[in-house]
Structure formats: C-alpha cells, structure tokens
Design a protein around this ligand. Structure first.
Ligand code: HEM
Length: 463
C-alpha cells in the first residue's frame, strides 16, 4: 500500500452526512464509554436521522430512519454483513456461532437449529420453562411475607433465564452449574463489551488483563459446554440409542454431525444470547409494572380468568394485555440496544451513495423512541400493542433474515414468568412513587439495570 493510500485510509470518508467532529468525540470520550445510550440519543437529536461519526477510512453511520434500517437489515441484507467490531468481540467468546457468524455458512446452522424453535416444539417445552420459573420463585420468594420484602428481581430473572435455556434447549438441569455458568457468562459478556469499545484493538494473545480474564471465562464456558455434551452422549449410550439424540437443540446439533467445537459454539451462543436478554427484559418489565399498579392489576385479572397453566405460545389471543405489556416493555427497554452491519459493496442509503466498507449502527433504543412513530415515547402504554398489528420502527428482535431465532421462545418465556410471579405476588417500587428513581440503564451485551432491580415483593391478598 502506498503512503498516499495509507494516508487516505486514515481520513474519514465524507458522504455528506452531518455528525460530531473528532473534537466533539474527544470531549465526549468518557460519556461515550460510560453511557453510550445517552450519547447516541444526544447525537441523533442534534444531527437528525442519519449521523456520521468521524472515524478513519470507510464511513460509520448511525441510522435512525426506519426506511434505512429496513434497507440494511432486510431489503439489502445480502450486501450488509456482520463483520464488525461488535460481532468480532462477541466471537471471541461464542466462536462463529449463529449470532456472531459473518460467514455465509450461517444459513446452514440456522436451518439446522430452527426446528428447536418451531411452534410445536415450543408447545412441548412449556412445562420446562414453567418449572424453571417456579423453582427459582419458590427458592427466592417462598418465604415472602404479606408485609413485603425488597428483592433484587434482576438476580431472580437471571437465574430463571439460564435455567429455562438449559431445560428447554439442552434438556439439562443447569442448576448445579448455574452459579459458575452465570458468573462466566456475565464476566465474558462484560469483557466482550469492553473489547467492543476499545479503541486500540490488541492481538488476542497479548497478556492484557482483559485478555487473561476473557481466556479464563472462556475456559469455564468451554468446561460447562463440554460437560453438557458429554452428559448427553453418555445418556444416549446408556439408553442403547443409536444416531438420534433427541428433539431439543442439543439433540439436533449432535445428530447433525457437527464437530464438538462447532456444537460448543452454538451452546455458548444460546446461553449468552438466550438468558442475558430475557433476564434484562423481564427485570425492566417488572419495574414498569411496579410503577404502574393499574396495568399490573389488569395482568393479574387476566391471569385469573385464564384456566390452566399458561402456555409458551399463542398469547396474543389468550392473554392480550399481558402480551401487550411485554411488547411495550421491549419497546422502552430493548435489551439489544445496538445492531451493527458492514456493507460488502457500494450501496445507497436514503438516495445517498455509500461506499463498500460502510459501518451501519442501528439502535432499537433510539428507533423505539421516535416521537413521530411513538407519541409520548417515554410513556409506558401497553395499549399501543393491543391491536396486534406489526409496527414500523419496532425491532427488539432485529429484522430480516437475521431476526432473532429465539423470538417466540423469549416472548413465551416472558409471559410464563410474569404469570408465575404475579399470580401470587404484587410488586411495588421501594419507598413509594415519590421516593423512587429508576436504576440507570447500562448498555452491556444487553441493557441491564445498573446495580440490579430492587423492588418490593408482597404476597397477594395483603392490605
Ligand atoms: C428478549 C429477549 C431477546 C432479545 C431482545 C433478542 C434480540 C436479538 C436481536 C436484536 C437479534 C438480531 C441481531 C442482529 O441482527 O445483529 C438476535 C439474534 C439472535 N438471537 Fe436473540 N434475543 C432475545 C432472546 C433470544 C433467545 C431466548 C435466544 C435463544 C435461546 C436467542 C438467540 C439468538 C440467536 C442465535 C440470534 C442470531 C440469529 C441469526 O443470526 O440467525 N435470542 N436476538
């Protein structure tokens, strides 16, 4: 590469889109790292629907217009891949599993895993998800008095999230390993975020503190995944079974002929993608219900009218209000706060040419707060979703071919956990509405409540 070409690669590419200057970015450096959600909100308010960041080389654009978002994620998805810092950092933990994979072979893995998330299969694992919820609720809230107790419901939803993935997708009771797996996934997720934001990428083998901790978390995740795989193989051998390892995700992966490394990548992907997100979403949903007692009572009334256990699928008809609460909570607190793509070829966005290599950053957090699509965007109004129609500018699970494979499972799990929890418990904000401040929304792999979500939990029937 000539010196001139190299110098050119160091310059930002001007595509005629406004945005902060390098000086603005340097001044905002700390807030970009500490609170990216607020930073992104500020730049989009200041510069509009498309914002250009001053990075060397190909443009980096924040896209808030639903038409541009649809173009990148759906209509022109073939031209926009996952070769971004965000997914490279994730791949350091998950390997090229379904979520992080930037390879065309992703589609083969997706097809292979899909039956584990089909409607019929989800109907069959409803009991497992309910059991995960009941076990954790009894263990943590079994002794809750009518007078109430302050409980970190985020810790509770994390335990349920991990156990539900283990039971439903791997037919494995992860409770023995839960503590270590939770610690390893949380640590790995934190480190992934740190790597994704680091401005100076370092080789994986350099012994930085982050790299060493990541290696240790990875080893623990590998050990967890290896134990799950070995246990299933042994169970199968014991039963005298031949090729068929079962209908759950683990069975499908083992039957596929994938080697153990690939199976490990998919297992770790599902553990990380499948429990952090649901756990965070549930914690925010419970907070919103604690803040809105009328909406909470309506959920409880709806559940009281529902005969029998709540299924994992088909809530829109059977429990429309509860499902609308979940949809609205996912609008206000979408766990996946940023989705990134890089263009493989020259393309156009909003009629403006953009070169190959352009980075697109899409934030459901921002799109879900557009006042033109969501009047009074900060207000919690489940009514918005009662008619059940698909909404422009609503993408908690992404859009297009890489839409979340666990979407129905996640939505079902959220409704089932709400049912199990709210049937016998009431939630309130500690100290009453006047004294309550929401925990800060911290953008990690998912948007978490910083410091947990302490809510008052009372047994129902109390005054
Ligand atoms: C509320 C819960 C969840 C949210 C908000 C969520 C969000 C998302 C989003 C936004 C994407 C697309 C990312 C992109 O396009 O770059 C995605 C993909 C994915 N999610 Fe989820 N997710 C949730 C639950 C789950 C669960 C429960 C699982 C599995 C057990 C799961 C597994 C995956 C996988 C494997 C992908 C990659 C799919 C592909 O590229 O083919 N997610 N998720």
């Amino acid at each position: 590469m000539s010196v001139a070409t190299r110098l050119q690669a160091m310059q930002p590419t001007d595509v005629g889109v406004p945005g902060p200057t390098s000086w603005d970015m340097a001044r905002a450096f700390r807030s970009v790292r500490a609170d990216p959600l607020t930073f992104l909100g500020e730049v989009s308010q200041r510069f509009g629907d498309t914002v250009s960041f001053p990075v060397p080389g190909a443009p980096a654009l924040l896209l808030n217009d639903p038409a541009d978002v649809k173009h990148v994620l759906q209509t022109s998805a073939r031209s926009w891949g996952k070769d971004t810092v965000q997914y490279a950092a994730l791949a350091r933990v998950t390997g090229p599993g379904l979520l992080a994979s930037a390879e065309p072979s992703w589609i083969d893995h997706r097809r292979l895993a899909a039956p584990a998330f089909h409607h019929q299969r989800l109907e069959a694992v409803g009991d497992e998800v309910r059991a995960a919820a009941r076990t954790a609720i009894t263990a943590r809230l079994g002794g809750t008095a009518r007078s109430g107790e302050v409980v970190d419901v985020a810790a509770l939803t994390h335990t349920i999230g991990l156990d539900a993935v283990g039971r439903a997708l791997f037919s494995t009771d992860l409770s023995d390993q839960a503590h270590d797996l939770l610690a390893a996934t949380s640590e790995a997720a934190d480190l992934v975020v740190r790597l994704g934001r680091s401005i100076l990428p370092r080789a994986e083998w350099t012994p930085t503190r982050t790299n060493l901790r990541l290696r240790s978390a990875r080893r623990r995740l590998d050990a967890g995944a290896a134990a799950i795989i070995a246990e299933r193989r042994a169970r199968n051998a014991h039963a005298g079974a031949t090729a068929h390892h079962g209908d759950d995700l683990l069975g499908l992966l083992l039957d596929s002929g994938m080697h153990d490394g690939e199976i490990r990548d998919e297992l770790v992907t599902m553990v990380i993608a499948g429990h952090e997100t649901v756990a965070a979403a549930l914690a925010w949903t419970l907070m919103l219900l604690a803040e809105h007692p009328v909406a909470q009572r309506r959920v409880r009334d709806e559940l009281a009218r529902h005969a029998g256990p709540v299924p994992l699928v088909g809530h829109r008809d059977r429990l429309p209000w509860t499902r609308a609460v979940v949809d609205e909570a996912l609008r206000l607190y979408p766990p996946a706060w940023a989705i990134s793509r890089r263009s493989h070829r020259d393309d156009e966005l909003g009629g403006r040419p953009v070169p190959a290599g352009t980075l697109a950053i899409i934030s459901p957090w921002l799109v879900h707060r557009r006042p033109d699509l969501w009047p009074e965007p900060e207000a919690f109004r489940p009514e918005r979703f009662l008619d059940g129609t698909a909404r422009t500018g609503y993408l908690p699970f992404g859009q297009g071919p890489r839409l979340c494979i666990g979407r129905e499972f996640a939505l079902g799990e959220m409704v089932v956990v709400l049912a199990e929890l709210l049937r016998e418990h009431r939630l309130e904000v500690p100290g009453g509405p006047g004294a309550w401040t929401r925990p800060v929304a911290e953008a990690k792999v998912a948007v978490h409540p910083r410091g947990g979500m302490p809510l008052v939990v009372r047994r129902t029937g109390s005054p």
